[in-house]
Ligand binder design. Sequence first.
Ligand code: JFZ
Length: 445
Amino acid sequence: HGQENESLKYGSQYEGKRQDEAMQKFRENRLGQFIHWGLYAIPGGKWDGKIYPGAAEWLQSWADVPPEEWSKLINQWNPDEFDAQEWAHMAKEAGFKYMTVTTKHHEGFCLWPSEYTDFDVASAPNKTDIMGELIDAYTKVGIDVYFYYSILDWHHPDWRYDIKSEEDEQAFERYKTYVDNQLTELVERYPEVKGFWFDGTWDKSVKKNGKWTLEIQQMLKSLKPGMIVNSRLRADDHGSRHFDSNDKLMGDYESGYERRLPSFREDTIVTTRDWEAVMTVPENQWGYHQDWSVSHVKSTNEVLEWITHSVAMGGNMLVNIGPKPDGTIRQQEKTLMKEIEQWMDINGEAIYAGDYLGWEKQDWGYYIADQKTNEVYALVFNVPVTQKITVATPEGISIEEAHPLKDESESLKISEKGPNEVFIHLPQPMFEAPYVIKLKVSGKD
Ligand code: JFZ
């Protein structure tokens, strides 16, 4: 791009972070739950007797299943054990402050009764309005609900990957109307929804329709003031995605970090904006896969490190679960949530409303600053053999006290290492979970 900012009709709409109450709430929530549920949970990664190691929600594509055949899975949609209150309770206990759930994934199946299609729960044997029950149950326990919606749709006859003919043009116009109708329907049926997480926007058809992506964003905000929309929805006048052709963020926060995180060395630019990362527990499974031996499954401590890394760079994290077709949650995910709960019960205050601190990154772990209280936390993941961690502070700032969150009445020994550098002495024995220290700091702000 040139030096001058080019004038764009469908580019970024404002500069800097949104400061309204809804956005501040999103930013303070920090830890959320992602739920991928749909017909793909039924085959769970297995088609015609063969296990496909790829993402389970993509099985239709991996196994080359024609949409007509995939659609028949609707006759097996029987989540008779589904209990929204139980899910909400588990999420609440684990410390999730918000939840994002698939209303419609790439397969096109809608988890709410939609007026605009028969490929929905209302046409399945079990007609439970999944979205309705989830948003009620989660909202009731104080968890904000966001809707994931895939623009890409393998089922709808009018979806197009590209627009190359008059016919494509007309079909895609009909498809746009379908999406607009469904989004309006979702907000009207479920007015508690706090925002939308769009996906499946990488094809040429969408990139050629930057104007429409902006219109969707504007429509949602006019339907509900304060609505939060991720950057993944957006394309600009030239098909630039997430960031416009002037490198300005589109949407309310950046949603480009999918199973990866920004580097402390190269990507500190993220700390100047709102962003959210999403992660899977296995290597790459969002929907339910019946055989988790296909890849590494992250330990609880690994998941906690992903969460910490995000918050330490001023971002949010969504940890995914993929419920089973009967509506229950697999044991590994329940255990993970229980263990997150045990850690968050003690250390959650370092995560909620956590923010980037800007002190020199140390190998032992991460610092988190509190957006509201001016507290500083040190989250130790890698314990040095010296049993001491180094804290190097900027000029004029010094560490007065160090207390483990486990028991704040305890104090850890602090000794001088060098100019503006101290050691904090860690207790024995070795920790089983990331160890969090609250630092009493003087000279800061
Ligand atoms: C998409 C979906 O295809 C996937 O099934 C899942 O829902 C996930 C959350 O989102 O997958 C993506 C989207 C974006 C990237 C990679 C995978 N990306 O930006 O690198």
